[in-house]
Ligand binder design. Sequence first.
Ligand code: ADP
Ligand code: MG
Length: 761
Amino acid sequence: MISLKNVSKFYYKKGIIATGMTKVNLHFDLGEFVVITGESGSGKSTLLNVISGMDTYEEGEMYIRGRETSHFTEKDFVEYRKKYIGNIFQSFNLVNSYTVYQNVELVLLINGFKKSQIKSRVNDILGKVGLKDFARSKVSKLSGGQKQRVAIARALAKETDIIVADEPTGNLDSKSAAEIVKLLSEIAQDKLVIVVTHNYEQFKDYATRRIKMHDGKIVENVQLKKTDELVLEEAPDEKTNRAGEVGLRQKSRTDSRRNNGSGSMSAFNKLRLGIRNTFNVIPKFVLLFIVFAFMLVAVTSEYTSYLSQKETAENLGYNSYFTNLRPDRVVLKKDDKSKFTADDFATISEVDNVAEISEYDVLLDKEIYLESGDFYYTARARSVTEFSGKLIGGRMPSKPNEIILTANEDNYYFSKKYQKKLIDRVFKIDLGSGGDYAKVKVTGIAYSKSDYEFTNCCDMYMSDKMLNGILTETYHDSSKIAVDINGKVQTVETGDVVYNLKPNKHVSPGNAVVSNEFDNFYNNGQCKGKEIKVTVSNIYYKSAKKFKISEKYSEKNFKRITGISDYDMNGGLIFINPADYNRLFTNDNYQVTVLVKDKDKVNETKKALANVGYDPLPLRDVIVQNISNLLQLIMLPVMIIILLALFFISYFVIKLILRTRTGYFSILKMLGLNEKSIKRIMDIELITIMLIAYGVFIGAAVLTSMGYISVKFINDMVKYMNYENYAILLAVLVAMSYLISGKFSRSLFKRSSLGTFREEE
Ligand code: ADP
Ligand code: MG
């Protein structure tokens, strides 16, 4: 069966050569029950490991069924072990989290047995070792003797010719030990059983041969009993194998009891095993789940908070909003981002310390210049319906272009000398960046109620019609405008003329009049009759509208078509109907400002407003935020560094958790599973947990978007993540799982089989 000719084994450690065994000559046959004894360090384990292909040898030759093994690679030895060797260890090396049945089943799965064969076979063998009643028990709950029986059952299940056992009774009490010895001797009837022990007494009644080692040499080799000539067909394999081929694919034995599997594990069984392992060790499952979930949450929230900060910063920066940083000003949005209603105004006005609600928040940041002769004012536009003071001169406005002007008592223009000159005076006001002016007439004057520390501003009260005109222009000036012309999107900055929008009463609703340069966007050189899409966005709202190009202008016919004579200042604009223009740039109210009575209590007011369902931003805080916007520049690299750090932290934590699985995968390897299959099982295990974490994560996102749950970071996530982001995230996790399992299985196979077990002990 197996022969050793002058086999020597040396260990190299830190440049020192230790002798494991020297010039060992032995021959073993089927049916033998060989017991190897000798003092500690005499080379018993070395000999056993060489025989079982767990370790290589340096000198001599070992023959298995007449075939040389000295040129075997590690891969060949995996096959060798799978085909010939059943191992039994002092420390059992069972999968503790598996049941007895699953432990025995494992070896059959690895060797590619069919499911139909496995069940009866496992039960047969469990009957043989007396563990039928324990099939469903977890191995961790068994006694030492029972565990060793499971190990024997597992070795038997493989149907190998050789069973090697290193100190199989070393961890057992004498009664259990005696039972195990008896069991092994029964097995040895038709197999070759080689046992290492330092307690020969336990074996002496059954051993058929005794070998004694000393200092790496065989000092005694006695045949104790004649064994049956069980040499069934010791035909050397060389005959069936082509010369030079390592081939372990020897012809299977004719013995009818042999019922070997296909030899390799099926993809389905790998999947089954991988999934079984996923849920097998609960703490490991939970830990891995937490790491994956942590990574998902951390990566997404970092990424989305970056996007959200970027958006806020961009909006603030672009619109140059909040130029009015009055310390008594608190900007309010609703928590659910919906528009403000009359109910909201009622709720807010009841909050302590609220002096005034400015419905058109944007107008606070709009300073209107009033100019007439030597009078020069900047004022804030308000509706005449908000006026609650007392006129100190003149009358209330009655026409759309009439206003009330207010100022502090100590204002220079409100001195007795000037007051009279103000009444009925006509001022020119600038409506917006479009360069349009309107004329207003002061009909009444009053003292302003609040005194602003930070602005010299007066209030001017005007008709709602005029106020809306100013509001529309203000929205226009603070919006991002994007025009989609035949699929090419043009963006417009404040103050740009080309592609900017302007109301023009010569254009009918739904139409647009554009420059003939637009022809260049179309293949047939004809823009007339085509559709363009205009998208308007600012921090308050986003709206879009399509227009049909009804006419195009050139410098020559500009005046005739638009009624405007100044082509140089207006050429390039898109003209639309005033009603369309108003609809695009006047929208519902999604943000208001509250002015507080006592600015020192603004923090308390902020809390009170938050308590009744609003998202308050005291402008004092914006000053700080504006500074932090300068840090924008370093935000992107910081985000990338954080994402990479998160990836590597997760990577190493997962690797650490997997270290606890070394024992398990070493067992698979010992049972003859190759590197590729081990990697596959590990892939399945990791990817299953990862998918569960990912599923929970997506589930939370779906529930959020359906409105069932509301967690700030998930809300943000749903808002900023798109399908592509989710797909990239999944791809990164899959890649990470593959990377880790690849690295792990490679390191598992880099060490010799022995090494992996040593580490585990
Ligand atoms: P036994 O099993 O009889 O106690 P071993 O076969 O384990 O003895 O060891 C035989 C000799 O080889 C001892 O001198 C031991 O120190 C040495 N040896 C065994 N394994 C290693 C190893 N991995 N590295 C270095 N020396 C080793
Ligand atoms: Mg030993």
